[in-house]
Design a protein around this ligand. Sequence first.
Ligand SMILES: *Cc1c(COP(=O)(O)O)cnc(C)c1O
Length: 412
Amino acid sequence: MNKENLSPETKMLHAPYAAADAYNALNMPVYYAVAYEFETAAQMELAFTGKSPEHVYSRITNPTVQYFEQRVQALTGAAEVISFNSGMAAIANTLVAVASAGANIVTSPHLFGNTYSLIAFTLKDFGVEPRFCDLTDPEDVKAHVDENTCAVFLEVITNPQMEVADLQALSAICKERGVPLIADTTVVPFTVFKAATFGVDIEVVSSTKYISGGATSLGGLALDYGTFNWEQSRKLRPLVSASSLSAFSARMRREIHRNLGACMTPQVAHMQTMGLETLNLRYQRAATTCKALAEKVGKLNGVAAVNYPGLPGHPFYEVSRRQFGETPGAMFTFDVSSREAAFAFIDRLKLIRRATNLFDNKTLAIHPASTIFGTFTDDLRRSMDVSQHTLRISVGLEALDDLYRDIAQAVN
Ligand SMILES: *Cc1c(COP(=O)(O)O)cnc(C)c1O
């Protein structure tokens, strides 16, 4: 049997590794080692200067973590995959790797709370200007991108607004202006959504969500598709070389990732490698249930509106279908009549868990305005379109009918 012709999902399960394990372990062992030993000073020099591939210190690379990265690479075709100890670490390291004082980041105010805070406050203090605009309006994007723009950054489905930008339109603007397109794709896994085919240059993912296999661990990934010409980047141009790493991955690997130290640990890499093996099965089940549930919940008395881009009539239905297929993620939101009604709904739930997080195996409910965005000012929440009437459901693997009955009894 020719192993080259296997489908990606099969290949992912059988990606080979240098099996020097004494016991022929069938899974990659968890290498809880900080440092690696060498025979000679000359070998040490080669390894420490990156001229030979041995591991030297686990903050930089670790065999179990590297295996996880290789499996993601086998599945996505990314040129380079770098893992982190959380989704926020992946996003922060990625933006730090492209940015420098005097540069600006063009993005939307519709962002995950911590990502918003990172761009609006943390990076701003280092002289990186945040530029918020409407990423669903190409003219507005064009008006905000200039020669100091170091990235256009977006989430492929925003939450809780459920806005979907047209990636091909954004990519066309980015290509014309010589700016990399960086996307947080956490809400639709790379088994389904092929970011690079829509012009995304760098993909960042919170692997805490679907990939961890049921909220087992925090983790993050940056995937470099090798599609961007970094000659166009003032900061990264000096790193463009004949080496196989892009200037972005070279700076990330040799400087940012090791200097900031937010490396994935081997135990987490092991759990998330296991999560990868069932990722697509779990996602298909959760997303199919989500679509059916959103449809039914939208018809309940007491529900003012349901928001899921996979339902016909949604303002982003067409663009969502083009990019993500029939089931864009396993999360939907709905509005009730007031903040009080939203709190009462949360309090009445019997099966669905009251918790933050997305894409656990268990279904979770939260009132975003008072929790994830609870410390933001009213003005800021309004500018981000986070309403006090909105509830968010992250759909897990339970039976559709059980979930529907719980929501129906809690709404009334
Ligand atoms: C959860 C999440 C993050 C942050 O990931 P952590 O692993 O919690 O750090 C970033 N972006 C999106 C879209 C998320 O859902």
